[in-house]
Ligand binder design. Structure first.
Ligand SMILES: NC(=O)c1ccc[n+]([C@@H]2O[C@H](COP(=O)([O-])OP(=O)(O)OC[C@H]3O[C@@H](n4cnc5c(N)ncnc54)[C@H](O)[C@@H]3O)[C@@H](O)[C@H]2O)c1
Length: 305
């Protein structure tokens, strides 16, 4: 798939979809974008233009020339009809809400309106790619792949390329190639709950929460242990605050439901924080009262000299 001739369709122009659209456009791909909400289409474009990792910011810090930023922006076309957005697409990436029926409906439309060779990718964090592809015929199943980006996708290098037992070698390697073309480092994963990064990351967070609940160490000391003892750039609670405690809770609930493994049972303290409006770092989570550090009124390790 070459960036000059290939058309990418992004379905769902929310936080992830918009930022991923920007990544593709900056790498030279033509991007068609669709969202069920007209308002989201506009705010998605605003995020691409003037978000924290958007084009204007990249120009401001000298990462991109104004000319390149304008070129990238002009490669993104928004559509209010899904059928129109999907037409002639070579790769469809759905980044819509985390709901299996929504994702299946999008792939059903892609089956009808995109090229019959198009690769159908899902950016889901918690749903099973095999379950999403369940209702489709084998020819379509071969084209369904997980393409899991990390937030913010403009910065984060990793993309998990998730294959099911039915995913064809062709589709899998096409998505790997595309990931490299947009400057990412892909890893191959066989579909399984939480894939690799979230499965391990959440295990660490779960263990950290258990130590906290047993009173063995404080939030700050647990974070310092992983920073200084294991060389993690952020401790498990700082990272939780950054990604958002409500999404941490949702991810744990999903992992627990899928695996039945008691390790992933959401910790009481996490549920308490979320219920009280502590949704994570207020800089990234609008309306949040803060995260673990605000709740316990502690100094963050990053504030140390
Ligand atoms: N937020 C993250 O950190 C993150 C990271 C990796 C993957 N993901 C995954 O990416 C996907 C999107 O997450 P997000 O955080 O961007 O959510 P979001 O709520 O910001 O965006 C979801 C978008 O989907 C749109 N939508 C809803 N129904 C639709 C439909 N039928 N057709 C088209 N668009 C529709 C909504 O209007 C909204 O704009 C989810 O599957 C999530 O698991 C999220």
């Amino acid at each position: 798939m070459s960036s000059e001739s290939s058309r990418i369709t992004i379905v769902g122009l929310g936080l992830m979809g918009a930022q991923i659209a920007q990544v593709f456009a900056q790498a030279g791909f033509s991007v068609s974008a669709y969202d069920v909400s007209e308002q989201q289409l506009q705010s998605g474009l605003d995020l691409i233009k003037s978000g924290r990792y958007g084009l204007s910011k990249s120009v401001e810090i000298g990462r991109l020339t104004q000319e390149k930023a304008d070129e990238a922006f002009s490669r993104i076309t928004t559509f209010s009809s899904l059928a129109d957005a999907l037409r002639d697409s070579d790769l469809v990436l759905e980044a819509a809400i985390e709901n299996i029926d929504t994702k299946r409906e999008i792939f059903k439309s892609a089956e009808n309106f995109s090229k019959n060779t198009a690769v159908l990718c899902s950016n889901t964090s918690t749903l099973s790619i095999s379950k999403i592809s369940d209702p489709f015929n084998i020819e379509t199943k071969k084209r369904i792949v997980g393409m899991h980006f990390f937030n913010p996708p403009q910065i984060m290098k990793l993309v998990e390329i998730v294959r099911t037992k039915e995913t064809s070698e062709n589709a899998f390697s096409a998505v790997n190639e595309v990931a490299k073309k947009i400057g990412k480092i892909p890893i191959g994963v066989l579909d399984s709950p939480g894939f690799v990064a979230n499965r391990i990351g959440i295990s660490v967070f779960a263990e950290a929460s258990s130590l906290l609940e047993k009173g063995i160490a404080s939030v700050r000391d647990i974070d310092l242990a992983m920073r200084l003892g294991y060389g993690y750039p952020l401790g498990p609670f700082e990272l939780g605050d950054l990604v958002g405690l409500d999404s941490r809770l949702r991810n744990m609930e999903s992992l627990y439901a899928q695996t039945g493994d008691p390790r992933f049972k959401p910790p009481e303290i996490l549920k308490r924080l979320v219920a009280a409006g502590f949704l994570g770092d207020p800089k990234t989570k609008t309306g949040s009262r803060g995260g673990y550090y605000e709740y316990y009124n502690l100094k963050k390790p990053s504030e140390d000299s």
